[in-house]
Design a protein around this ligand. Sequence first.
Ligand SMILES: NC(=O)c1ccc[n+]([C@@H]2O[C@H](COP(=O)([O-])OP(=O)(O)OC[C@H]3O[C@@H](n4cnc5c(N)ncnc54)[C@H](O)[C@@H]3O)[C@@H](O)[C@H]2O)c1
Length: 292
Amino acid sequence: MKQFKNKVAVITGAASGIGFAIAEQAAGRGMHVVIADIEERALRIAEEKLGTISKGGRIMALKIDVTDPKQMASLAERCLKEFSAVHLLVNNAGVGGVAGNIWETDLSDWRWVMNVNLWGVIHGLHVFSRIMQRQNEGHIVNTASVAGLIAASGMAGYVASKHAVVAISEAVYNEFCSAGINVGVSVLCPSYINTNIGSSERNRPDAVAKEELSDEELKKEAELKAYAKKFFAETAMAASAVAEQVFEAVEKRSFYILTHPQGTKEKLKERLSSIINDQPPPLLSAADFPSQ
Ligand SMILES: NC(=O)c1ccc[n+]([C@@H]2O[C@H](COP(=O)([O-])OP(=O)(O)OC[C@H]3O[C@@H](n4cnc5c(N)ncnc54)[C@H](O)[C@@H]3O)[C@@H](O)[C@H]2O)c1
């Protein structure tokens, strides 16, 4: 996509972090921007901010839970009713959730992270791919992670959800290309970005509530949260820089968007070399995720 003015962007998880930064870029380029998020208050604040930087496009904010296919279908209906087309879809809503070894995590942790990070993307693709296929025009960006390319300990659920998003994106890219349909696909694989992902628990629904934690577990969780907040603020990349990379990729129709290309490629080479050379996988933790 080369021209953005007056085109329609739909971004999930856009009330905060990377999604909001992408919405800012879209509004600044004169697009009509639909922001969808589960967090009502943050959504209203985001809508107001976007209104002040819009270059003529409309801003529409909708409270949508990406885990619910009916809500995602109604999001698509609203977009078509208001704008008659959707040109850019960013399936971005996600949660960090689950930290801990496999024997320490609850099934509710797995359900929550898979529901949002994987099913949210599937629902978005399900409803919007048909619209773009009919239009024979558009671009889809799915937010995965560097954790969709390499696997680290202590986050099996997150890693599983993000590997699935990378794989689905590759398959869907293949499908549009093979069918000669003019719809681009990109997969965003960020390393550490300074957002509110460290407090994802704020959006955890009761249906997948965590089993009651002991005092010791609560203390450990609070320490981890404080550490993550400090770590993200001090070392992570700004979400605005990621949003610029996303628009550059959409303009050039690049598929993989690596926010930290050098370090990501090094880690990826190690993993692929293990597979090709019949070796066990590299022993990585979240601390090994690239910083450049
Ligand atoms: N921040 C990082 O370091 C990092 C790294 C790799 C990948 N990512 C991915 O980037 C994406 C955006 O996360 P972020 O870092 O900006 O975090 P964030 O918490 O700042 O933003 C995520 C947004 O998703 C929304 N959301 C959560 N559950 C939802 C649901 N069920 N339905 C609709 N919206 C929902 C939240 O309300 C929030 O506004 C996620 O997919 C995340 O996994 C982030």
